[in-house]
Design a protein around this ligand. Structure first.
Ligand code: ADP
Length: 496
């Protein structure tokens, strides 16, 4: 152990009570205390040193201090010993030492000279403190600080009185004020005067420990420009849980706002175009209606005068086409009225059976191939609403039942009526509708399998039906199976 090689021995100094107490302190302290000669030979090694480095007193005493110094730090020892030989202390020297298991331990070293009774420097005492906890906290803090500093988001903190306490690089970029210009100033530096009240609200929330999230507002940059931002403000809480300030994260939303404004502009343009289209449809159908009315009138006059059978047949065909054209124009006119909110409804009591029968009669008259049967035990059922509009619905559904069941001959109509509700069903045995298309059929201009059914149309009939039934506070729906047939139902309250 080399105990005779000039190493000062504590017992040779002679222990009085005070020294015994000091020795006891050294033994029991949590700080690592080591002494060594000026040549670096370890002369004492307290239990805390054993715990820190893993070497026992026996393993360490007598060895050179390089036992615990990483190779790349051996130069430090020369410096430390140099200081000690000059009679100087080395204070809080932060470095790394190696434990027995190879682990590097971050420590803070304080090294003082040891003098003998003649005042000569005979060695050095080292007190080492493990600073890993300290270090990780400090490292964490510096990582966080780096994140804040390099963030693309503007991050600003302020006291509860609104005094700016931190200002990151993104804040400099966003508002044009340097860190030195902003820190210590009141946050009103960047708040437009007409928005100062917002600050009161935000601080009020923060004082209650609440966050303010995605608050969209405007702030003023140094050059006077207004910056649209989305603000998130959170309370800053100290170690005792006290709210001591607020941190703000601001995101420049000018690009988002520009995109939103563009979308809004497009939406307005689209709406304008849509209104123009509806107006055009309305106007065109109105203009078509006038000549159609006079054609219909003149055809009726002609019908009374024509005697030749062949001419009569031509006339009937013309009348049929004119009536199809008239109902198309009427439907278009109705659509434009719905869009303009000008589709008016009568409110009168009428017998639903009469209306259904009259619609059947009208359609049956124009279509000789299909037989339309009414299956109902209802004789009189008085309901409130617009009889012409309800008849229009039945006509529409019957027309579809016939058009979409080419090659078939049967259409069935059901009518039930109780104290609350009237229900009408129109069943065909035609092409049916695929289940995934069914939810869309009441939408405006929607047509199933455009063109492939071989039936032409505009896709507005069912839309009109659903509008009319909705205005009667009722429901309209369809049950259908592809290549089997469809049943269209509507119901509405009898009394409205
Ligand atoms: P249109 O018949 O003029 O196309 P509608 O609004 O009356 O417009 O009908 C919308 C679509 O619903 C039609 O294109 C058709 O594909 C489908 N449809 C309506 N009624 C029936 C039916 N009875 N059977 C099969 N398909 C139908």
């Amino acid at each position: 152990m080399g105990k005779d090689s000039g190493i000062p021995k504590l017992d040779s100094i002679g222990l009085d009570a005070k020294q015994a107490m000091l020795a006891a302190i050294i033994l029991s302290t949590d700080d690592t205390i080591i002494s060594k000669t000026t040549k670096g030979i370890i002369t004492s090694w307290n239990p805390a040193a054993g715990r820190m480095f893993g070497f026992t007193e026996e393993e360490a005493v007598g060895k050179h201090i390089s036992l615990i110094i990483p190779e790349d730090r051996l130069g430090e020892e020369t410096f430390i010993i140099g200081q000690v030989l000059n009679g100087q202390r080395v204070d809080h020297f932060e470095t790394l030492r190696r434990a027995k298991d190879g682990r590097l331990i971050p420590i803070s070293l304080t090294v003082s000279p040891i003098r003998n009774s003649q005042g000569e420097i005979i060695g050095a005492s080292k007190i080492a403190r493990d600073i890993s906890v300290h270090k990780t906290a400090a490292e964490k803090q510096s990582v966080l600080a780096a994140i804040v500093d390099t963030s693309d988001d503007t991050i600003v903190s302020k006291t509860l009185d609104g005094i700016i306490t931190s200002w990151n690089k993104a804040a400099v970029k966003m508002f044009g004020y340097t860190e030195a210009e902003a820190i210590g100033k009141h946050i009103s530096l960047i708040i437009p005067p007409d928005r100062l009240d917002e600050e009161k609200f935000i601080i009020g929330e923060v004082r209650q420990g609440k966050k303010v999230d995605h608050f969209q507002t405007l702030r003023r940059a140094k050059n006077g420009e207004l910056v649209p931002i989305s603000l998130s403000v959170s309370p800053v809480i100290d170690a005792d849980g006290k709210i001591i300030g607020a941190s703000k994260i601001a995101r420049d939303i000018s690009a988002e706002q520009a995109a939103q404004q563009q979308t809004e502009r497009l939406y307005v343009q689209l709406k304008e175009l849509n209104t123009k289209k509806d107006e055009f449809i309305g106007l065109a159908s109105h203009e078509l209606k006038t000549p159609l009315t006079s054609i219909t009138g003149y055809l009726q006059i002609l019908a009374q005068r024509v005697t030749d059978e062949k001419h009569k047949m031509f006339l009937q065909k013309t009348q049929l086409q004119v009536s199809k054209l008239t109902s198309l124009v009427n439907d278009l006119l109705d659509v434009s009225k719905i869009e303009a909110g000008k589709l008016y409804f009568a409110q009168e009591d009428f017998n639903i059976r009469t209306v259904v029968e009259s619609a059947i009669e009208l359609i049956a008259h124009a279509n000789s191939r299909h037989t339309i049967t009414l299956d109902s035990s209802v004789s009189d059922c008085i309901v409130k609403g617009d009889p012409h509009r309800i008849e229009q619905v039945v006509i529409n559904l019957l027309t579809n039942a016939i058009r979409y069941s080419p090659g078939k001959t049967q259409v069935e109509v059901y009518l039930t009526c109780d104290a609350c509700e009237v229900r009408v069903g129109i069943k065909d045995f035609g092409m049916g509708i695929a289940s995934e298309k069914l939810p869309h059929i009441f939408s405006r201009y929607y047509r199933v399998d455009e063109g492939s059914s071989g039936v032409s149309g505009l896709g507005i009939g069912l839309y009109l039906c659903s509008e009319i039934i909705n205005r009667h506070n009722g429901k309209i729906w369809a049950e259908s199976e592809l290549n089997v047939g469809s049943t269209f139902w509507f119901s509405f309250p009898v009394g409205r």
